[in-house]
Design a protein around this ligand. Structure first.
Ligand SMILES: [Zn+2]
Length: 135
């Protein structure tokens, strides 16, 4: 038990969180207008169609911007300090907030290439970003 918050799935996000537990990251693609979207929603944010399908992402992206967290928002995060909270652009054209882990905070930079990884909290895998492994 980490004490860190664990997401609670709702009808719009249950498919996403279940896929995370298989270490797959899904976004929604609109069959009416072709737009991709994340986070999961009941309808397309572009054209309001409900004709959405799930699509697994490549797992690659870049750091759009980030901050180094040096004061824990709650005691559960104290052991991680300092850590990076970043806005990640995935290659499929959607963005989301994640921690950049498995590297020194001083190595994180805007434009840095990342790949997705998953961190277990309780019984839920949480998507996170890490530097692309070499070789
Ligand atoms: Zn649409």
């Amino acid at each position: 038990m980490t004490g860190k918050p664990i997401p609670v799935a709702n009808p719009d996000t249950a498919v996403f969180w279940d896929a995370c537990n298989e270490k797959r990251f899904l976004i929604q693609s609109c069959k009416s207008c072709g737009e991709n979207q994340f986070y999961p929603r009941a309808i397309c944010k572009n054209c309001q169609s409900n004709d959405l399908e799930w699509q697994e992402v490549s797992g690659r992206g870049t750091v759009k911007t980030f901050t180094v967290v040096r004061h824990a928002p709650s005691p559960a995060f104290k052991a991680d300090l300092p850590y990076v909270l970043a806005l990640i652009n995935l290659d499929e054209g959607v963005s989301t907030m994640m921690n950049v882990i498995e590297c020194d905070v001083e190595d994180v930079h805007i434009g840095m290439d990342i790949e997705l990884t998953f961190e277990l909290r309780g019984e839920q895998y949480i998507p996170q970003a890490k530097p692309i492994s070499k070789g």
